[in-house]
Design a protein. Structure first.
Length: 307
């Protein structure tokens, strides 16, 4: 969806007085080995993009924001934007050191939400993993950072969507595992196929994860101004209380705490550090012709502990 962006509201918090879950934090505890230290040459920013698989979307396949080459541009800084497409589209990246789980926010993920009153958030769910086996690959257990909506009745866990290849420039049909269906609609602003090129020879592509409720609709008191509101905290590309600007007040990021990690059963886990991060679009909404589908975008990520 929307690609330009505006400013931010500072308000980072320690919000986490919310104890979300009822299980021992020692259960499913990863090992403490293979933590990679910070060196004199370490960068606070992304050092490697392991995987980029966008769901269908209006910027998908566009060279500047929606291709594997564009994904590589989020390495080393926050100047380039990457589009993840509709629900489930994702990017997986890592750093040249382990990010330690310290007090408060540890990880910044830069996005481009537009502040109210015409708010355009496109919340992305964040997952983290520690390189327990020490092979430098994101093939260990993944944990979701449980944001403010994790326990909400409107949040759907283990949601799965199949997008079907329309064979060219056409609306992309989808069906989900709950009997729902819809289309990622093409619009007049992006005149190309929205089905991702990485799956061009496949009849369909499947994405799975946690689905957040739709927040798209008319702005209060208007009949023609549409907004997509964010959630309280815990998501990327989200206008929220954890949305802050960098020290130069030019980029907006969401400040995230590794201590929010939960396992697949929703039980809190204790991670000493993380090595890999996955961000995926958490909503499924076609928006409208002017705005397009709801699709998370990120500008990079940073180890906040290095400040």
């Amino acid at each position: 969806m929307s690609i330009g962006r505006i400013s931010k509201g500072a308000i980072a918090t320690g919000l986490l007085s919310v104890v979300l879950f009822s299980c021992s934090k020692d259960e499913d505890k990863p090992g403490d080995t293979n933590i990679r230290p910070i060196t004199d040459n370490s960068s606070p920013y992304i050092s490697v993009v392991f995987d980029y698989q966008p769901a269908p979307g209006q910027f998908v396949n566009e060279s500047s924001v929606g291709t594997p080459e564009a994904a590589q541009k989020i390495i080393g800084g926050t100047a380039s934007l990457l589009h993840l497409g509709a629900f489930g589209g994702y990017v997986v990246f890592g750093f040249d050191h382990s990010i330690l789980n310290k007090s408060g926010a540890d990880l910044a993920i830069y996005g481009n939400p537009v502040k109210p009153p015409v708010e355009l958030s496109e919340p992305g769910i964040v997952m983290v993993s520690q390189d327990v086996n020490g092979n430098g690959k994101p093939d260990d257990v993944w944990y979701e950072l449980a944001g403010s909506e994790y326990t909400a009745a409107t949040t759907i866990k283990h949601y799965k969507v199949t997008y079907y290849n329309p064979g060219g420039k056409a609306d992309v049909p989808w069906k989900d595992n709950r009997g729902g269906s819809g289309k990622v609609m093409i619009n007049t602003f992006h005149d190309h196929s929205y089905y991702p090129l990485f799956a061009a020879n496949q009849d369909s592509v499947i994405f799975e994860g946690t689905l957040l409720k739709s927040t798209f609709g008319l702005a209060a008191g208007t009949t023609d101004t549409y907004v997509n509101t964010g959630f309280a905290w815990g998501y990327a590309d989200n206008w929220a209380t954890d949305a802050v600007k960098d020290p130069f007040a030019t980029n907006l990021y969401n400040a995230l705490d590794i201590s929010w990690a939960v396992n697949d059963n929703g039980q809190a886990v204790t991670l000493k550090a993380i090595d890999f991060v996955k961000v995926y679009t958490g909503q499924q909404d076609k928006g409208n012709n002017a705005i397009g589908e709801i699709s998370s975008e990120i500008r990079g990520a940073e180890d906040l502990n290095m400040r």
